[in-house]
Design a protein around this ligand. Sequence first.
Ligand code: ADP
Ligand code: MG
Length: 288
Amino acid sequence: MSQPLIACESLVRIYQTGSIEVQALQGLDLHIDAGEMVAVVGASGSGKSTLLSILAGIDAPTAGRAHVDGWDLLSMTRGERVRYRRQTVGFVRQQTASNLVPYLTAAQVVDLPMTAAGRPRRERRERVGALLETLGVSDCAQRKPGQMSGGQQQRVAIAVALANEPRVLFADEPTGELDTATSAQVFEALRHVNRELGVTVVVVTHDPEVSGQVERTVAIRDGRTSSEVLRRTATAENGDTHVIAEEYAVMDRAGRVQVPREYREALALTRRVRLALEADHVTIKPDA
Ligand code: ADP
Ligand code: MG
């Protein structure tokens, strides 16, 4: 069995401010294979941004395991973290404005990470042109952020994130500040990057439309992965194709599973339940 590109196990991140402790991630499990495009959904405050900043090498976890493309995110040195951020991952932030630099043109800002990595000038110039073209924003090459629309800014931000050919692109609510039509364009750009360039894409989104378009959606709840929806296209006998979406609960290494609230309420499942092993399934019954 091949190793997943991204593997998080029992990942914990505790923020300490004064005497107050916030457990942003409370033992999160997540595996993502190379080439996948995965949507991450969850209520505000559930830990989505914390997860992405850890995976992008911007923040460090408190405990647990997190590996990306062979890097151990818990034990890497400061120097390794710099290399990891420069070579392995690209990151598009939540706020549109924070991804670009007000006084730099699109061509200049896409060039920046390549200059930092010491790539030769000619190679840089060619790649800037190719990336802006791939993302459909060639016409913005000589424009600064103030002269671009929100959607154009986010597509340039994706080009910046891809400049050094990362294996994974993380995007934290990249369409959060955009209208529906513009969001669709930006999301299409992400799908294009995934399909055509083979970059693994992990995108946090509130948009149900978006999570409806990817093969796998991971739901985070209270700092843990609680469920996943997998979609596949099936062909009926008459040749029609339709999408089948199936929801799965996520089980951690210790065997813990979260039972959805509706199920618990329907059968008044509370502190104790009875488990029974059947031939091909397990039942959970109220403790009556
Ligand atoms: P989401 O992106 O899903 O809205 P976040 O990852 O931003 O959630 O936040 C998860 C929890 O961690 C929240 O309770 C938030 O208030 C807290 N948190 C996030 N960043 C910090 C920080 N730098 N310091 C203290 N608490 C934080
Ligand atoms: Mg967030």
